[in-house]
Design a protein around this ligand. Sequence first.
Ligand SMILES: [Zn+2]
Length: 239
Amino acid sequence: MTTSILRLYLMQVASLLPINIPVPCYLIQTEDGKNILIDSGLPLDASRLPKMPGMAEPHMELSVIEQLAKLGLKPSDIDILICTHFDVDHAGNHALFTNAEVIVQREHYELARSGHARFALVRDQWDDPALHYRLIDGDTEILPGLTLIETSGHVPGHQSVLLRLHERGTILLTIDAVAMQTSFTRDRVGGPMDMNADDAIASTQKLLDIAQREHVALIIYGHDGHQWPSLKKLPEYYY
Ligand SMILES: [Zn+2]
């Protein structure tokens, strides 16, 4: 597999307390100067989120805007926004990225547009009429070295990301298909936030197969507070 991917940055935009679950976004830079953002984090004004009993309390870190600014980038510099799904911790600032081609699985987009309550919290962000959507169906290579992997279960039309770097090799971002390393097993069970446990298990098996077949060198889990401290964060990057 050839690759056009130069760098991968990890940004922590929030933590969910009390157990310090990271909320990440990712930035990919290509050889020809494209900036590709994956997810946009919790809304900047987290106070708009409903208080739910038993739900973790968000603690905001530097926002996606502030972290992009550290690299000299503005929201208008983002060429592609990859939407893994429209949960509130992944799609909270989408409306800022009106210059980007916004890529989401058709199945997910149509479910959310139909008015599903789970995705209504930040609908003003992901359903902003100024956004330019590209709807895809299933696994799709976006650029040489960058493939989106359909991994339904957490939500229908969730997507994970497979990318190839020159030095570090192939990296799999499981996103919320596998939030924690302890769930990356063939005998896992569904989690409390998974809409369909059978699909979540099947998607995990799909990712396990891909990890083996593609000789994945690094797997980054969606919200793993144990793994997170061991990873490089912006301004450091993988290359
Ligand atoms: Zn999440």
